[in-house]
Design a binder for this molecule. Structure first.
Ligand SMILES: Nc1ncnc2c1ncn2[C@@H]1O[C@H](COP(=O)(O)OP(=O)(O)OP(=O)(O)O)[C@@H](O)[C@H]1O
Ligand SMILES: [Mg+2]
Length: 469
């Protein structure tokens, strides 16, 4: 078992080494020995540079990058130990294998302590040379990948102004970083308040257009009769009373990015004009036949299900596909629990600074409540709530009572319920609802939470509050 395991390991190591074309600096004063080692390594596709002395090696390392140095211990001038010290001092990333005639353990330990990655006792055969080298290549590769992951995950807590720690946001950050520098059309979807505009700004900021204009246009806010001239401009005299040429938003955003928000609201007739711009790169102003070429990046957003709009005949299918070249979906906040704490901390920091109030902290009960809430209004609602808490709490510590005063409602919870004119006792009403939901669902808590429109955490929080087991 053991030997087959080792064989697989060696094969894997060999493959790794072969595909990466590792550059090796070989330091060996004996000509025949040097030629032999070089030949063995080159036969395995390593790139080998040879030198005779440690002094030559130091010189070479100054001008070229080597991933690994393999050095004999006994050399004419500086010996292998001294070369190792120099390398650890000036090239800490370089791998180091020492070839030594002393095969005793204490020397091996002292070499490793001095910073060598491995050692090869003389005499060695081809297989052990290759195994030692490929093992080092492999571990270095893993180390590099780990380092990359670490810097990535540090970086991923934030992308410009976007805070997010959840795996969904990490994936989103990666997608934005990858596609922002291109000219691809991006369609951002997500519920209201999830951060669609923030994502569009990040895309612009991370593109080569960042010095130019980022122009947000809310398609739902333009009256239909004016929409065409707003977006595409109008020639003098195109309308009664228009005595000047009018530059449209697309022209105004020239060389920059236009962010067409609520794109689902764009009237059908303008949808074909936008499609034409996306396909041909040209527009015509209202009242003109002259085509104007424009270079504008188009980023759009919607909180509607655009495909459904396509099915309903409200949105052009060809335009949908043209806009949706890169889809970016921002999940609702309730589905990214890991973002809550960093967002809460972030908003407390920015609002205490902005309003010049002293440091604020959340009591653990207050925090628990905020973490358990489902935030139907997403990040916008969270942001507004934290701003209010920062401004309205009297103490340095924001209490549960402060949070309760926000009167955070679940989405739709007060639609079907008519409050009796004499009022109710909220606490006993809440307890009653919890018990009834549990009884309806045979004590299945997940289902009972759903029945009440609560997140599972929010439900458990309330069970605990009312001491219901
Ligand atoms: N990940 C985030 N990090 C920090 N702030 C955020 C984040 N997401 C959203 N916000 C903030 O929440 C608020 C709402 O975000 P934004 O306006 O981008 O949402 P939206 O999806 O465009 O909403 P709507 O559909 O209602 O237009 C903004 O103040 C924004 O700065
Ligand atoms: Mg928006």
């Amino acid at each position: 078992m053991l030997s087959s395991g080792l064989t697989i390991g060696a094969e894997k190591l060999k493959k790794t080494a072969k595909t990466t074309k590792t550059s090796i600096l070989l330091v060996e004063d004996e000509k025949d020995q040097r030629a032999l080692i070089k030949a063995i390594l080159e036969a395995e596709s390593y790139q080998v540079t040879e030198v005779e002395t440690a002094e030559d090696a130091i010189e070479k390392l100054r001008v070229d990058n080597f991933e690994i140095v393999i050095s004999d211990w006994k050399l004419p001038g500086l010996n292998g130990d001294e070369l190792l010290a120099e390398i650890r001092e000036n090239h800490p990333q370089t791998g180091f294998i020492l070839i030594t005639a002393h095969s005793d353990a204490s020397h091996a330990i002292s070499i490793i302590r001095a910073g060598a990655d491995d050692y090869l006792p003389k005499p060695f055969d081809r297989a052990s040379l290759l195994f030692t080298v490929s093992k080092l290549v492999y571990t270095r590769q893993i180390e590099n990948e780990n380092k990359e992951l670490k810097t990535q995950s540090k970086h991923r807590n934030k992308l410009l102004d976007m805070i997010g720690n959840s795996s969904a946001m990490n994936r989103l950050f990666l997608r934005i970083e990858k596609t922002a520098p291109t000219n691809a059309t991006i369609l951002i979807t997500g519920e209201s308040g999830t951060g669609k505009e923030l994502a569009a700004r990040a895309i612009h900021q991370l593109s080569s257009r960042k010095e130019k204009l980022f122009l947000p246009v809310n398609c739902a806010a333009i009256p239909e009769s004016l929409a065409e001239s707003e977006l595409f401009g109008a020639e003098k005299g195109a309308y009664t009373g228009s005595n000047k040429n009018r530059v449209g938003k697309l022209e105004a955003a020239s060389e920059g990015t236009i962010f067409l928000d609520e794109i689902g609201e764009l009237p059908l007739i303008l949808q074909s004009k936008l499609l034409r711009f996306l396909q041909e790169g040209t527009i015509t102003r209202v009242g003109s036949n002259q085509e104007i070429s424009l270079d504008v990046r188009v980023v759009t957003a919607t909180n509607r299900d655009l495909l459904e709009e396509v099915k309903q005949g409200n949105f052009r299918e060809d335009l949908f596909y043209r806009l949706n070249v890169i889809p970016v979906t921002i999940p609702p906040l309730r589905n990214r629990q890991d973002d809550l704490l960093p967002l809460i901390k972030h908003f407390i920091t920015i609002f205490t600074e902005e309003h010049g109030v002293g440091e604020k902290q959340l009591s653990s009960a207050a925090l628990k409540y905020l973490l358990a809430y489902s935030w139907p209004g997403n990040v916008r609602q969270l942001r507004n709530s934290i701003e209010r808490l920062v401004l309205l709490s009297y103490e340095d510590v924001i209490s549960l009572q402060d949070v309760e005063e926000l009167e955070l409602h679940q989405r739709g919870s007060n639609k079907d319920y008519v409050l009796p004119s004499q009022g109710i006792s909220w606490e006993s009403h809440e307890k009653d609802c919890l018990l009834q939901a549990l009884s309806h669902c045979n004590n299945n808590r997940t289902q009972a939470a759903k029945l009440l429109g609560l997140s599972y955490k929010a439900f458990l929080y309330r069970l605990e509050k009312h001491n219901i087991n």
